[in-house]
Design a protein. Structure first.
Length: 117
């Protein structure tokens, strides 16, 4: 079976550098899940990011840490990687405000890029 046309991945800001700072096992898992997203397939580690339309996060647990990779898919026929970070908070599952603000900022950049395509 031949692969369909994969969606293009566009890295916004320092998101690729952020992801590459994760442990190798997490990078491999995120890469596999992003490949599934490129093929319009779901994965149990993908969750909608609350407060955003069309923005999702890949949640990866490794040892005692949680890593998140945030992306947008409803802007064009591409996947915009907005942010990758290690969740530091020990209480609750809420995304820290500084990360939310960075995601908003990078989402605006992604929207500008999508308009130009």
């Amino acid at each position: 079976m031949a692969d369909k046309q994969l969606k293009t991945v566009i890295w916004i800001g320092a998101s690729k550098k952020e992801l590459l700072e994760f442990p190798e096992e997490v990078i491999d898992e995120v890469g596999y899940i992003l490949y599934r997203v490129q093929n319009n397939q779901n994965h149990p580690n993908i969750k909608a990011l609350k407060g955003f339309n069309g923005v999702f996060e890949i949640v990866s647990d490794y040892q005692t840490d949680t890593y998140r990779t945030v992306y947008a898919i409803k802007l064009s026929n591409a996947i915009f990687i907005l942010h990758a970070f290690q969740k530091k908070s020990k209480s609750g599952i809420k995304t820290p405000k500084q990360n939310v603000n960075l995601i908003k900022e990078r989402l605006k950049k992604a929207q500008e890029i999508a308009k130009e395509q």
